[in-house]
Design a protein. Structure first.
Lengths: 118, 111
């Protein structure tokens, strides 16, 4: 079956441009996560969705970052007025904990989008 | 909030030897401890996880131990093979909506 897919795989943006990164989670997965991974570092949590509801956006570094998942499946991470410090790999993950549970379950990661801001 | 530290940052072993990676966490409420393997150009992939109600878990050549009192957990890989070469991340989670990752260990297995 298909895993988590992300597009584009690579994105080069000039400083000040807006970008939109797409994530297609595994079909039926309720939970969706966005992470930012700087070179040589571990993934850092950005935001979390349960279906279409954004339940936690505490990791978004500034108000230039915005994420949505309007129909509870595909998600888009948008970065406005990109800065050089936004250069990183943006990872999306999805998970499917059993209904009614709040137990953490395995997250399946996509390949990431490498964003380079010049 | 939770903070996860990981050591060593790089590890080089001969093929067939064992590799051990150690992590510590700060939040005593953490109850889920996954380990991920990340190969170049790919997203992290879960290799094993452990919950706070067990002290050890094993899956073929991979084992994880957890010491909740000391707030540390370790990954053990035995009989290492070249295909084990990758970056390994530990993580700790307290709830269903978030896990915090360590900084990673780059493992090289020398044939």
């Amino acid at each position: 079956g298909a895993g988590v897919s992300q597009s584009p795989r690579y994105k080069v943006a000039k400083r000040g441009q807006d970008v939109a990164l797409r994530c297609d989670p595994i079909s039926g997965h309720v939970s969706l996560f966005w992470y930012q991974q700087a070179l040589g570092q571990g993934p850092e949590f950005l935001t979390y969705f349960q279906n279409e509801a954004q339940l936690d956006k505490s990791g978004l570094p500034s108000d230039r970052f915005f994420a949505e998942r309007p129909e509870g499946s595909v998600s888009t991470l948008k970065i406005q007025r990109t800065q050089q410090e936004d250069s990183a790999v943006y990872l999306c993950a999805s998970s499917s904990p059993p209904a009614g549970t709040k137990i953490t379950y395995e997250q399946y990661f996509g390949p990431g989008t490498r964003l380079t801001v010049t | 909030g939770e903070n996860v530290e990981q050591h060593p940052s790089t590890l080089s072993v001969q093929e067939g030897d064992s590799a051990v990676i150690k992590c510590t966490y700060s939040d005593s409420a953490s109850n889920y401890f996954p380990w991920y393997k990340q190969e170049l150009g790919k997203g992290p992939q879960l290799i094993i996880d452990i919950r706070s109600n067990v002290g050890e878990k094993k899956d073929q050549r991979i084992a994880v131990t957890l010491n909740k009192t000391a707030k540390h957990f370790s990954l053990h890989i035995t009989e290492t093979q070249p295909e084990d070469s990758a970056v390994y991340f530990c993580a700790a989670g307290t709830s269903y909506d978030k896990v915090i990752f360590g900084p990673g260990t780059s493992l090289s297995v020398i044939p």
